[in-house]
Write a protein that binds this ligand. Structure first.
Ligand code: NAD
Length: 295
C-alpha cells in the first residue's frame, strides 16, 4: 500500500484515482471542481482541501491536469507539489504537456530531491475507466522501476521510452497519428454518404481490412450517428497538435500532414466545437463540402 496524492480528477484522473483506491492505495486527491472531489470520496478516497494537503504525506504524487500552465501552477508555484512534498517523493505527471515543461519540472524537482517521471497516456476515457491505458514514460531507470507498480493499477502497456520529456514526445507522435486517422475516417464518411453508399456498412468493411484501426473499431458507429459527446475534447487535441508542431520545430523536421490536421482541429475549435469529442473533426470535413447548405 502506498500513500498517494492525486491532483486533477477529471475525465481521466477521476477513474484512475478510483482504480488506485481499489488496488489498496491510500489516495488523497485534490481538484478545483467540487463534483470531482465528491466522486473521489464516493470511490473511497480522501478529498483534500488543497495541493499541500493532498501531497504533504504522500510517497507518490500523480498529476493529471489539462496543460502546462496548470502543471506549472500545481507543481512549480508557491504552495505547489515541489514546495509541499517530502524529499524522496516520486512525482508522476501523467498530463499531456510540452516536453520542455516536463524537463523543467524534472530539473526543479531535482533541486528539492523529488524524483519525477513524465508519463502521458493513451487509450482515452474508456482506457481510464477500464484501467487499460498505454503509458509512455520518460525519466530515470530507478524511478521508472519505483513507479511501475503504481502505473500497473491504471494501465496495461507501460513502456519506459527514454529520459525526461521522452514520454511527451512519444505522446505527441501518438496524437498526430490519432488526429490524422480521424481526419481520414471523416473524409471516408463524407465520400460514402455523398455517393449514396451506407457509411456504416462501408466502414464495417474498412474495419476488417488493411485500413482497420482501433479508432475505426471504437468510433465508427458514433461518428456515423453524429454522436460527439467527449471523450477527448477538440480543445485538448488542439493543444496536442500544437505540442506536436512545436516538437517538430525543435527537432528540425517537417511534418506536413501534421500541419494540415492541426489546421482542421483549429477550425473545429474556431467553429465552436471545442467541447465536443475529437471525432467531431467530421463536422469540419463535412463543412468543407458545404454540409450546412445541403441540410
Ligand atoms: P479534464 O479537463 O476532464 O480534467 C482535468 C481536471 O483538472 C479537471 O477536473 C480540472 O478541474 C482539474 N484542474 C485544473 N486545474 C487545476 C488546478 N490548478 N488544481 C487542481 N485541479 C485542477 O481533462 P482530461 O480529459 O481528464 O485530461 C487530462 C489530461 O490527460 C490532459 O493533459 C489530456 O490531454 C490528457 N489525456 C486525455 C485523454 C482523454 O481521452 N480525455 C486521453 C489521453 C490523455
Amino acid at each position: 500500500m502506498t500513500k498517494l496524492g492525486f491532483i486533477g480528477l477529471g475525465i481521466m484522473g477521476g477513474p484512475m484515482a478510483g482504480h488506485l483506491v481499489a488496488a489498496g492505495h491510500e489516495v488523497s486527491g485534490f481538484d478545483t471542481n467540487a463534483d470531482a472531489l465528491a466522486r473521489l470520496e464516493a470511490a473511497g478516497g480522501r478529498a483534500a482541501n488543497g495541493v499541500t494537503d493532498a501531497v504533504a504525506d504522500a510517497e507518490v504524487v500523480i498529476t493529471m491536469l489539462p496543460n502546462h500552465p496548470q502543471v506549472e501552477a500545481v507543481v512549480l508555484a508557491a504552495g505547489g507539489v515541489l514546495e509541499s512534498a517530502k524529499p524522496g517523493t516520486l512525482l508522476i505527471d501523467m498530463s499531456t504537456i510540452r516536453p520542455e515543461t516536463s524537463i523543467e519540472v524534472a530539473e526543479r524537482a531535482g533541486e528539492r530531491e523529488i524524483r519525477v517521471l513524465d508519463a502521458p497516456v493513451s487509450g482515452g476515457q474508456a482506457g481510464a475507466e477500464q484501467a487499460s491505458l498505454s503509458i509512455m514514460v520518460g525519466g530515470e531507470n530507478d524511478d521508472f522501476a519505483a513507479g511501475l507498480p503504481i502505473l500497473e493499477a491504471v494501465g496495461k502497456t507501460i513502456v519506459h521510452v527514454g529520459p525526461h520529456g521522452a514520454g511527451q514526445v512519444v505522446k505527441a507522435a501518438n496524437q498526430l497519428v490519432v488526429g490524422g486517422t480521424y481526419a481520414l475516417i471523416a473524409e471516408a464518411i463524407v465520400l460514402l454518404e455523398a455517393s449514396g453508399v451506407d457509411a456504416g456498412v462501408g466502414l464495417d468493411v474498412l474495419a476488417g481490412g488493411l485500413a482497420g484501426s482501433r479508432i475505426l473499431e471504437l468510433k465508427r458507429k458514433s461518428m456515423v450517428a453524429r454522436e460527439f459527446a467527449p471523450g477527448f475534447r477538440i480543445d485538448l487535441h488542439h493543444k496536442d497538435m500544437g505540442i506536436a508542431l512545436a516538437a517538430a520545430r525543435q527537432a528540425d523536421v517537417a511534418l506536413p500532414l501534421t500541419g494540415l490536421v492541426a489546421q482542421l482541429v483549429a477550425a473545429g475549435r474556431a467553429m465552436g466545437h471545442g467541447s465536443l469529442d475529437h471525432s467531431a473533426l467530421l463536422k469540419v470535413v463535412e463543412s468543407l463540402s458545404g454540409a450546412e447548405n445541403k441540410e
